[in-house]
Design a protein around this ligand. Structure first.
Ligand code: CP
Ligand code: NVA
Length: 315
C-alpha cells in the first residue's frame, strides 16, 4: 500500500511565477517599469545586488539558449549563484519524484526555475517547494517570454499606450499564444489571433481572457493583421512536436507573416518572435531582418525582464 508523501507544510506567503496570472496587473506593470530601468543600464535600487548570498536552481527538461543564458547571467548580475540542472544528469532523469526534488532543493536554494512539458509539473513543484517556482516554459505557457515581449512593446510605444494597442498573433495556438491571452487580459490590450482550425489556444485561457478584454479568434490572417501594432508568430512545431512538423506545416502555411501581411498593420507596427525562428516558414527573411523587426531587442529583454522578476520574487 502506498501512502501519500507528507509535504513540508507550504509557506503560503511564498510567491510563484507559474503563469503571468500569479502577478496582479499592478505587479506586472511595476515589474515592466523595473525591467525598463534595468534595460537602460540602471541597477536595482537601493541594493544593486539583491541576490547576494542566494542561489537559484535552473532545471531544464527541454533545450534552451535564451532562457538558460539569460537566467544564468541575470542571477549572476544580481549577485546570486545560478545552478544549471539538466534532467539527464540529475536523479530526476532516473525517476526521482518531483515532490522529493522540490523538498530537497528547497533546503539548498532560494528559487527554482523549471522548463518542462506539463504545466502540472510546475504546479506540483510549487505545491511542495518552500521557495518560489518560476515557469521557464511548459507546453501550456511561456510567461518569462511575455515579460520580454511586453517590455519591448513598452519601450516602443510607452507604458501609457500599452492598454490601447492591438496585438496580432499568427499560427499555432500554443504556449506563446496562451501567454499572450493572459497578458492581454491583464493589461487590457486587444488581441487578434489568426489560427488554423484544430490549433486553437487553450479553451479555458481563451474564455477567461474573453471575459476581460477584446479577443478575436479568426481563420483569416488579414483580419488579424489590419491595424495591428504588434505582429507575432512562433514556430509551427514546438519542442516535443518534431515528428508532426511536416503534417503541421500544411495547415500553417497561409498564416506566414510576410511583407504583404505586415503592410496591413499600423504605420508604426513592430514584429516580434520569441525565437528560434524558422525563416521561410512562419516568417519571411525580409520581415525577420526588416526595419519593423524587434526580435533581437526582444531577446535581450529576456535578461532585463527576468532580472525584474527575480527582484520581485527573491529580492
Ligand atoms: N524564446 C526562448 O525561450 O528561447 P530558448 O528556447 O532558447 O530558451
Ligand atoms: N512554442 C515554442 C517556444 C520556444 C521558445 C516551443 O514550445 O517550442
Amino acid at each position: 500500500m502506498t501512502t501519500a508523501a507528507p509535504p513540508i507544510p507550504a509557506r503560503s506567503s511564498v510567491p510563484h511565477f507559474r503563469t503571468l496570472r500569479d502577478l496582479s496587473a499592478g505587479q506586472l506593470r511595476d515589474l515592466l517599469a523595473l525591467g525598463e530601468r534595468l534595460a537602460a543600464g540602471r541597477p536595482p535600487e537601493p541594493d544593486p545586488r539583491p541576490l547576494a548570498g542566494r542561489s537559484v536552481a535552473l532545471i531544464f527538461e527541454k533545450n534552451s539558449t535564451r532562457t538558460r543564458v539569460s537566467f544564468e547571467v541575470g542571477v549572476h548580475q544580481l549577485g546570486g549563484f545560478p545552478i544549471f540542472l539538466s534532467e539527464s544528469d540529475t536523479q530526476m532523469g532516473r525517476g526521482e519524484p518531483l515532490r522529493d526534488t522540490a523538498r530537497v532543493l528547497s533546503g539548498y536554494v532560494d528559487g527554482i526555475m523549471i522548463r518542462t512539458y506539463e504545466q502540472e509539473t510546475v504546479e506540483e513543484l510549487a505545491r511542495f517547494s518552500r521557495v518560489p517556482i518560476i515557469n521557464g516554459l511548459t507546453d501550456l505557457y511561456h510567461p518569462c517570454q511575455l515579460l520580454a515581449d511586453l517590455l519591448t512593446m513598452q519601450q516602443e510605444f510607452g507604458a501609457g499606450r500599452l492598454g490601447e494597442l492591438r496585438v496580432a498573433w499568427f499560427g499555432d495556438g500554443n504556449n506563446m499564444a496562451n501567454s499572450w491571452l493572459n497578458a492581454a487580459a491583464m493589461l487590457g490590450f486587444e488581441l487578434r489571433l489568426a489560427v488554423p482550425e484544430g490549433f486553437d489556444p487553450d479553451p479555458e485561457t481563451l474564455e477567461r481572457a474573453r471575459g476581460e478584454t477584446s479577443v478575436l479568434l479568426t481563420r483569416d490572417p488579414k483580419e488579424a493583421a489590419r491595424g495591428a501594432h504588434v505582429f507575432n508568430t512562433d514556430v509551427w512545431a514546438s519542442m516535443g512536436q518534431e515528428e508532426e512538423a511536416e503534417d503541421r506545416s500544411a495547415h500553417f502555411r497561409p498564416f506566414q507573416v510576410d511583407e504583404e501581411l505586415l503592410a496591413l498593420g499600423a504605420e508604426d507596427a513592430i514584429f516580434l518572435h520569441c525565437l528560434p525562428a524558422h525563416r521561410g516558414e512562419e516568417v519571411t527573411e525580409g520581415v525577420l531582418e526588416g526595419d519593423r523587426s524587434r526580435v533581437f531587442q526582444e531577446a535581450e529583454n529576456r535578461l532585463h525582464g527576468q532580472k525584474a522578476l527575480l527582484v520581485h520574487l527573491l529580492g
